[in-house]
Design a protein around this ligand. Sequence first.
Ligand code: GDP
Ligand code: MG
Length: 163
Amino acid sequence: PLPTVAIIGRPNVGKSTLFNRLVGKRLALVDDMPGVTRDRREGEAQLLGCAFRVIDTAGFEDEDPASLPGRMRVQTESAVREADVALFLVDARAGVTPLDEEIARWLRSAGTPVVLAANKAEGRAGEAGVIEAMALGLGEPVPISAEHGEGVGDLSEALQPWI
Ligand code: GDP
Ligand code: MG
């Protein structure tokens, strides 16, 4: 089986944009089933000559953002459990939020290796957010722009040990 990368993070940080950039058209069709599989997409990607499986976890913008919402928690935990590495995205423009901190806390205890990436880092608007993300205690964030395709090389290097 291919190594698995789970893209996780709170809603709207750019997980699906990154998934689409990594996976392109090699999208696996996941059965439209209730529960965990309904809320995720899987696909195959390749970086630095390594093929791997990517899981995109859905965001639940309709739910209470004050604490990690139920379905999102189930979804995130399930994806991380089957992943070789969790790719944790934060939004460099929005800065670190309480929900980011809650996810980070859980990740630090989960035991799965984590690569932290600060998305939306194109231009200067993300500079403070990238620095803020260092305080999450998950290592140095990789600044990326999923939308503009920036930082993919550095992200590949950060993921390389697990793919
Ligand atoms: P998800 O909820 O984490 O899957 O986030 P999406 O991929 O749906 O993206 C949420 C919003 O952020 C969309 O409006 C995207 O166009 C935008 N977005 C994603 N990546 C970037 C980026 O690199 N830079 C900027 N400025 N916006 C981005
Ligand atoms: Mg999404």
